[in-house]
Each structure stands twice: as C-alpha cells, then as structure tokens.
Write a protein that binds this ligand. Structure first.
Ligand code: PMP
Length: 381
C-alpha cells in the first residue's frame, strides 16, 4: 500500500505536543453559571433580547442566508442600512460590509495595494492583516511594534512609491492602543495611506464607542481607512471597511473577498444594526467597559501579577510558560470562570498569557469572583 500523503501530520502533532502547543476544540456548553471573560462580547450585547430579536426578525424577513454574493443577490436593503449607519456613527463617508472582519482586512489590503507598492506593517498586527499583506503581492516591510519613527524611516527609504501603513488600533493580545495620531502625521507627511483595524476599538474607545480613529480625530480624514469586525462590541458577526466613498467604490469593484464571497447573512446584519442603535441609546457602555478593564488591572497588579496596562477592554496577564497558561485557564474554567489563553504562535514575543475581557455588563460581584478565581489559580512565579 502506498504511504499516506498526510503521514507528516502525525509528526507535526508530536512536535506540538512536545512544545506544549496543542490546540483542541472545546464546544461551549449552554451553561449560565460560567462567568465569561473569554469572549469578545465587550458590551455584553450578544444575548440582549433587542439584538437576538433583531437577528430573528431579519432572518424571517430576508431569509436565513444572503443567497448570493453582494454584487448578485446578496445585498439587501438591510445591508445598505447598516452601511449607512456604520459610516455615519464612526464618522466616515462610506462603509462596506463583509462576511467577516478577516475578509474585510484581506479586502482593504489587497485592493488598496498592488505589485510594486509598499505596505508597512506593525510587527504585532493581527493574522488577518498579515495574510492580507501576503495576498497583496506588494512589498511588505514589517516594522517594530508601535514605532512611528520606524514607519517614517521606512517610508523615507522608498520615495515615490505608492505606500500604506497598516496597524491594529488596539492589539488583541496585550490590549495596548496604537499611537494613531502620530502614525497619521507620519503617513500624511509622506503621502502614505493609513489603514487601522479597529476590531477592538469600536464600542470601547472614542465618544460613545465610535472607535479609536474617532477618538484620535482621524475619522473621515483624507487617506485614512478603518477596518472593523461586527463580532465583538456589536454582538453580531461580520466585518466592514470604512473610508472615503471613492475608496469604498474601488473595493466594490476590486476586492475579491467582497466580489466572490456570499454576502453577510441577514440575521447578522440585523443584529449588528440593532447593536449599533443600542450603542447610540446607551453611550456610557464604552466607558463602563474601560472602567471594568482598569479595575481588573489595578486589582490584579496590586496582588502581584504581571498585567499590561489596558488601553481598551482587553486585559492581558502574563504566564510563566505555555503549559502554565493552559493549566491556569483550565483551573479557572474548572472554578466556573472562562478566560482566554494565548500561546505561541499567536504571541509573536513568545510570552504566554491569559486574557480577560472587561465586559461592560460585569457586576461588582462578578468582578470580585473573577479576581478571586484568577488569584487562587495563579501559577507560582
Ligand atoms: N482583526 C482583529 C484585530 C481581530 O482581533 C479579529 C478577530 N479576532 C479580526 C480582525 C477578525 O475579525 P472576524 O473574527 O470578524 O473575522
């Protein structure tokens, strides 16, 4: 019998096992007793009746699926409504909705660069940005994390090239915010575009949660594009690109993840729209998420843990090793607290962490319970 062409996957599994880097699916049970600090549901919207009802209503009216790609049958009036309201809320001229934030990043990077152009990319950017750079066929220069001077030097080394700089606005692993205003000054001075992925900023930063670009006074500015996910603060699913109308029009015509992907399901569109409207009605939600993050940070650091100062709603606690991070998260879970666990290769600096989501809807008692559980299960330093 000929050799199994996938036999090498067994060797790969053994290497993962030896390095303590095995990943496995753990289907989430419907368990209301688990305190969830692992999800990206920053504002606690995904189960709010207004949101779930809007999802159900949209599915009943428009169908369970979008039925086709956006340029064929997959654009409903609901998609257009969401795009208008998203752009208006965040302060941009136009918006385009995608099936995911991942697809939105691939679209922005591949359609707004090309063979011969330059992408400057922050070293800690999300995987979807890295993949967008790879797919773009542009020359990609990776610069040190949060370093406007490095961006300036790189742009200066490539005069006359069409260029863009891309960064997360809030980094998903450590929760630190990018110095967007400085980046914008550097980009503006060199005729380069700025693309910021505001997946973790929307709903948490800026006035009423309008996002990190709005907070930095960059929403709607010349040469600035935002990418978003609808799956975190808005409690739904899907992604979007926001920017000047001609740029959005270019994406409609050139972005392959827009043209060749089925449109976002109406239920997700309806839920995102309801999430956005809820954010308008409850503008203090963003503040509350940031306050919970600061409280978690202060209580865990004063107990001696290594915690990165949070700029938004991600609270990142360092663990001594990948194994101990996995055990820590498992011990928390056994005690009824779900936390995230980040290990290489998700962390480019090789430092493993547990990650907490500072949800706006956490009560004082829930915060007490979370802190007590994390401290009781913390590995010895
Ligand atoms: N960008 C960032 C910074 C993210 O954290 C994520 C999701 N983890 C994405 C993009 C992708 O968004 P989505 O899950 O909607 O595909």
């Amino acid at each position: 019998m000929s050799q199994d062409p996938f036999h090498w996957t067994t060797d790969a599994a053994r290497l993962r096992e030896e390095a303590g880097l095995v990943r496995a699916l753990r289907p989430r049970a419907f368990d209301a007793t688990v305190l969830d600090l692992a999800s990206n549901d920053y504002l606690g919207l995904t189960r709010r009746p207004e949101i779930t009802e809007a999802a159900a209503g949209a599915a009943r009216r428009w169908g369970a699926g979008a039925t086709g790609s956006r340029l064929v049958t997959g654009s409903t009036e609901l998609h257009a409504e969401l795009e208008r309201e998203l752009a208006e809320f965040c302060g941009f001229e136009a918006a385009l909705v995608f099936a995911s934030g991942y697809a939105a990043n691939l679209a922005a990077l591949t359609a707004l660069s090309s063979h011969g152009s330059l992408i400057v990319s922050d070293a800690a950017n999300h995987a979807s940005i890295i993949d967008g750079c790879r797919l773009s066929r542009a020359e990609t220069a990776v610069v040190p994390h949060a370093d406007p001077e490095a961006v300036r030097k790189t742009l200066e080394a490539h005069p006359g090239r069409r260029a863009l700089f891309v960064t997360d606005s809030v980094f998903s692993v450590d929760g630190d915010a990018a110095p967007l205003a400085e980046f914008a000054r550097v980009c503006g001075g060199h005729g380069a575009a700025l693309i910021a992925d505001d997946a973790h900023g929307l709903g948490v930063l800026g006035e009423g949660g309008r996002g990190a670009l709005h907070a930095a006074g960059l929403a709607g500015a010349t040469g600035v594009v935002a990418t978003l996910t609808l799956s975190k603060s808005l409690g739904s699913q899907g992604g979007a690109v926001l920017g000047p109308a001609p740029v959005i029009d270019h994406l409609v015509n050139a972005a392959r993840t827009f043209i060749f992907d089925t449109g976002l399901a109406p239920a997700a569109v309806g839920a995102a729209l309801a999430g956005l409207r809820l954010l308008r009605r409850e503008p203090d939600l963003a503040d509350r998420a940031r306050t919970v993050a600061r409280t978690l940070y202060e209580r865990l650091t004063s107990a001696g843990l290594g915690v990165v100062r949070p700029d938004a709603a991600v609270v990142s606690v360092t663990a001594p090793s990948p194994d101990s991070a996995v055990r820590w998260a498992a011990d928390c879970r056994a005690a009824g607290l779900a936390v995230g666990c980040f290990r290489p290769p998700s962390v480019p600096d090789g430092i493993s962490r547990i990650r907490l989501t500072a949800r706006a809807d956490l009560t004082g008692r829930q915060i007490d319970r979370a802190v007590a559980t994390i401290l009781a299960t913390a590995p010895a330093a």
